[in-house]
Design a binder for this molecule. Sequence first.
Ligand code: NAD
Length: 359
Amino acid sequence: LTVGVVKESRSGERRVSLVPKLIERLTKRGLRIVVESGAGEGAYLADSVFEEAGAVIGDAWGADIVLKVAPPTADEVAKLKTGTLLIGFLNPRSDPDGITALEKAGVRAFAVEAIPRISRAQAMDALSSQSGVAGYRAVLLAAEKLPRFFPMLTTAAGTVPPAKVLVLGAGVAGLQALATAKRLGAQTTGYDVRPEVGEQVKSLGAKFLELGIEASGEGGYARELTEEERAEQQRRLTDAITKFDVVITTALVPGRKAPTLVTAEAVKGMPAGAVVVDLAGESGGNCELTKPGEDVVEYDVTITSPLNLPAEMPAHASELYARNVTELLELIVDKEGKLALDFSDEIVAGACVAGKGAE
Ligand code: NAD
């Protein structure tokens, strides 16, 4: 079987789906790795480095298995041949038309977002690896935009108190944001509607904000709040937020628009120069004033909602993603290097979003 590593074409996408250090692991399985020239450029990986690791530079789109990071554009779908197995982020929930296009093209597609979040699949969990990168970068962005220090400083010119950072949504991205803000010396607080994450938040040296609204849903995710709960949450958060220099928001509910946690009124109450980093921009945003992909300044507060933050740290984001994808490949390719799809395995059945019935 050939595995193609293609060059990403979406604007700003600098990650690559496989890195040289994992190639030997795959070639040992009998897989032949074909890399499109320039595929690793954005992540500082030259063609020659892939070649030295055992890959060939060539027609990656014609491979039996094509590895991608970002969802394919229409032009990219047209490059895939019938019968190809595609692995990548495919947005199956928010872009069903994209999945239909792949079905029509006769492509069998595995969406990394659809891999069940079970312990056996942890090493393949690309949502987690990339969310971790986003959580880390969000804090650096906030630190850069904040006109104050993060750490407490005692200097001859006076003492500076630490920045107060609140992270809303303590899933994978939120917990990494809390850890990173703490390492930079900020005073940290985390909040989530799943009370079970309280212990994790505290283990990172942060306070856990209790607002008395609990909404654990299925599969470890949060459920959507009722209208009443939402109004109550916004009211209580509006009071709490005014005390913070930085608010980082990461709250998502699978398949729904992101909940509004930071109202315009809350922003108005924040100290001048404060920063909101909204990581939920792609799902509509957690702040009422968010414009996805833009910086907005209102009431002297900067609200920024970067899109695709993991692409801004392409070296490590690619390395972690490549490890996730390699684990998935090892599940669907047997020791002789042949495709062995076992649809009675919940990981294979869950991740396959197009072409399940194909031979
Ligand atoms: P996510 O990206 O779907 O959401 C981020 C956070 O926002 C979640 O913690 C959620 O509870 C919170 N949230 C949603 N609505 C909210 C609201 N109205 N107010 C405040 N917070 C709100 O979550 P995620 O980071 O993907 O993690 C989801 C779950 O999956 C977690 O329980 C995590 O531990 C679990 N997980 C399991 C595995 C595994 O076992 N393989 C891997 C990764 C994550």
